[in-house]
Design a protein around this ligand. Structure first.
Ligand code: IMP
Ligand code: MG
Length: 176
């Protein structure tokens, strides 16, 4: 059965928050910065963030990476492989790494290491959602859309078993 989703952040609230984030980020981005987004969960966030950055005068290159962890994923397994490496030359560039959710921190930590290994001069990180209660590594994002409690969230690109990515808002799966 398809689970019930309780709305947390409306499309309008998300739009306003992303505009504010983009204003801050744009003031710190160099003209040849690269925005590297982790797919698939952050694809809608990245698309809206990119356009908001443009509205605030930023001119980043946009690129993407796919990381996957073994096994079925409602929890991070901790083991991560690279399924798609980003194509841009990161050497000596300023990079903004974008993900949907910062949870245990494993994914952002791993992606940060990969980007530094590719020669990025400066790395900043941005996540739509931060679940600090679940952190297993000492890592924080430089830019956070919203903090969320320890709920399973979906929508706005984020899935539960590939469902709910299409929702225009962020909600939490209702637990019985
Ligand atoms: P971490 O590696 O534990 O920080 O997990 C980050 C990744 O786990 C995110 O990019 C999501 O893909 C996934 N994730 C963590 N929490 C949730 C959730 O509540 N809903 C859907 N995916 C989640
Ligand atoms: Mg993810």
């Amino acid at each position: 059965m398809r689970p019930v989703v309780e709305p947390l952040f409306s499309a309008e609230v998300i739009r306003e928050r992303i505009d504010a984030l983009a204003a801050t980020i744009a003031s710190r981005l160099e003209p040849d910065a690269v925005v590297v987004t982790l797919l698939t969960g952050a694809f809608i966030f990245a698309a809206d963030l990119a356009r908001a950055l443009a509205n605030h005068g930023a001119t980043p290159t946009l690129d993407f990476m796919i990381l996957s962890s073994y096994g079925h994923r409602t929890e991070s397994s901790g083991e991560i492989t690279v399924r798609l490496e980003c194509a841009a030359d990161l050497n000596d560039r300023q990079v903004l790494l974008v993900d949907d959710i910062l949870d245990s921190g494993t994914t952002l930590d791993h992606a940060s290491c990969l980007i530094r290994a590719r020669g990025a001069r400066e790395l900043m990180t941005c996540v739509l959602l931060d679940k600090p209660a679940r952190r297993a590594l000492p890592i924080e994002a430089d830019f956070v859309g919203f903090q969320v409690p320890n709920l399973f969230v979906v929508g706005y690109g984020i899935d539960f078993n590939q469902m709910f990515r299409e929702l225009p808002f962020v909600g939490a799966i209702r637990t019985p």
